[in-house]
Design a protein around this ligand. Structure first.
Ligand SMILES: [Zn+2]
Ligand SMILES: [Zn+2]
Length: 249
């Protein structure tokens, strides 16, 4: 083997997104790490809040959605936040590993494809970072996730006659919000009020569109809800949220 080929084959060895063990191509996590990854399971069909038991006919949505219906049509989160998936998402976000989004994509694409088609989505909008945080991190993890899912789903979506575009520029973060960790649902909502804006010159791109807002994790759904309010106020027809994982609060 030539030195160059050798170097390339070493570079592109597929590795577990959590522990870096070698894996088969297209496999996001090694078998050992995959054991700790759980599907969302019983959850509120509106906001994906995990529930002890499947929703009842008499109480089909969670108490919070009954009290204050979220502005988005639906929040989709295929996986439960925790285990090695939580570690992958932390590495993606804080360890300078944006390429992990590509490794995660196979776990997300079937769900992404389904929501895009069934909810008739026109535009995918990642939750933006404030420019200062973006400058520090070098990338927006929500944007790389959205781009990787879109790239992996595109052939299937084209076959299904469903072209789609990614718009990472129209929704902006107006201010850097303090971290949400440890805040109650009400505090999270207050923390985020007015955090987003739509660039006025780009608002026309959203008018009448059905938007999928993408983020890495939802805990109470407050970020997706606030992004939704901003997008609807700018003229979007409807918003659906999509996060890799949903934490219970
Ligand atoms: Zn592993
Ligand atoms: Zn709910």
């Amino acid at each position: 083997m030539h030195a160059v080929d050798l170097a390339l084959s070493t570079l592109f060895v597929p590795r577990c997104a959590s522990c870096d063990a070698r894996v088969a191509p297209g496999q996001p996590l090694c078998a050992t790490c995959m054991v700790s990854v759980d599907p969302l399971g019983p959850a509120c069909p509106h906001c994906a809040e995990p529930m002890e038991l499947p929703p009842l006919a008499t109480a089909p949505i969670c108490a919070r959605c009954r009290r204050t219906p979220p502005p988005y049509e639906l929040l989709i989160a295929p996986w439960r936040f925790g285990g090695e998936l939580a570690r992958v998402l932390r590495r993606l976000k804080f360890a300078g590993r944006p390429e992990l989004a590509r490794e995660l994509a196979p776990m997300l694409v079937p769900f992404f494809h389904e929501v895009v088609v069934t909810a008739a989505i026109d535009v995918v909008v990642p939750v933006p970072l404030h420019w200062r945080r973006l400058a520090g991190r070098g990338y927006n993890q929500a944007q790389v996730l959205a781009a990787e899912m879109l790239a992996a789903a595109r052939p299937g979506l084209i076959r299904a006659g469903h072209p789609l575009r990614l718009d990472p520029l129209t929704l902006r973060r107006r201010r850097a919000t303090p971290p949400q960790t440890g805040l109650s649902a009400a505090e999270r909502a207050r923390n985020l009020a007015g955090a987003f804006a739509v660039a006025p010159r780009r608002a026309a791109r959203l008018r009448g569109r059905r938007v999928l807002v993408v983020d890495d994790v939802a805990t109470t759904g407050a970020t997706i809800a606030e992004a939704t309010r901003t997008l609807l106020a700018a003229g979007a027809a409807a918003v659906v949220g999509f996060t890799v994982a949903r934490a219970g609060d």
